[in-house]
Ligand binder design. Structure first.
Ligand code: MN
Length: 267
């Protein structure tokens, strides 16, 4: 399976050509545009905007048009979502505990002040705009903090009996079980209440923000999924990396991206 990318049943991208009123073409429906967050990193001496291709491939395969959002000032967040119909908050650096009023733990990893500020503003903008949002790994953490929750800064120090959530396994290797709340939006999206997931995190959610519900737990009690509780915003967060699992035989992660796509209103 290595290198075999899931390409789903996505329709080919087509450009909508302006037609005269006498030639209506209702066969072409533009695919939904989704914004995908990125980080910055130095490559060959130059600061660059970077995102893992697995996110954009997974979104494309689920029938969406992914657009990488550069890291910009927080006051640009709302305008950058103009024209976007969904948002994927991606994985990456630790979230600075200053955003939830905690001192830094000695095991706190690399943080990215600019990315934190921009993505916290993006969460608020996406919520205001009611943009369907899928928050992945760092994304679930940023969303929880933006909405008022807190994080465990380092699972091994805070929960010594926890599983190895930094599995050290391959990106597409399912490392631990997850149980999903029956009847939850996340369970409907995944099509399962019991699954196995990959795991590449040493932080996790601690106190869950008002408005979010825990929707998935690892066997050790670590939060692996949340969802917005009300009907005014389709927002799911997962602590694992579904974008790395869409090529596996199990359908859950493909279903998760498909659920994001199908919850975007055509407009
Ligand atoms: Mn995990």
């Amino acid at each position: 399976m290595e290198g075999a990318r899931w390409s789903g049943a996505a329709r080919p991208l087509r450009i909508q050509i302006a037609l005269s009123p006498s030639q209506p073409d209702d066969h072409v429906t533009p695919l939904p545009a989704v914004a995908v967050t990125a980080t910055t990193g130095v490559l060959r001496g130059v600061v660059r905007v970077r995102a893992n291709q697995s996110y954009t491939d997974a979104a494309r395969s689920a029938g969406m048009r992914p657009f990488i959002l550069p890291v910009l000032a927080p006051e640009d967040a709302d305008a950058m979502l103009e024209g976007m119909q969904g948002l994927i908050l991606t994985g990456g650096e630790d979230v600075d505990p200053a955003h939830f009023g905690a001192p830094p733990d000695p095991k706190l990893g690399v943080v990215h002040a600019g990315r934190d500020a921009f993505e916290i503003a993006l969460v608020h903008a996406a919520q205001r705009r009611r943009l369907p949002t899928l928050a992945i790994c760092r994304g679930i953490q940023v969303a929880n903090v933006a909405l008022g929750g807190t994080l465990i800064q380092d699972i091994p120090s805070a929960r010594p009996d926890a599983l190895a959530h930094e599995s050290g396994l391959a990106r597409s290797a399912r490392a631990h079980a997850v149980s999903v709340t029956a009847g939850s939006r996340l369970a409907r999206a995944l099509g399962a209440e019991s699954l196995t997931v990959n795991s590449f995190h040493h932080q996790s959610l601690d106190r869950v923000a008002e408005g979010l519900d825990v929707a998935a737990l690892a066997p050790d009690g670590i939060i692996e999924g949340v969802e917005w509780t009300r009907d005014d915003w389709w927002m799911l967060g997962v602590q694992w990396h579904p974008e790395e699992l869409v090529g596996t035989p199990e359908p859950w992660d493909r279903a998760l991206f498909a659920s994001l796509a199908s919850n975007i209103d055509p407009r």
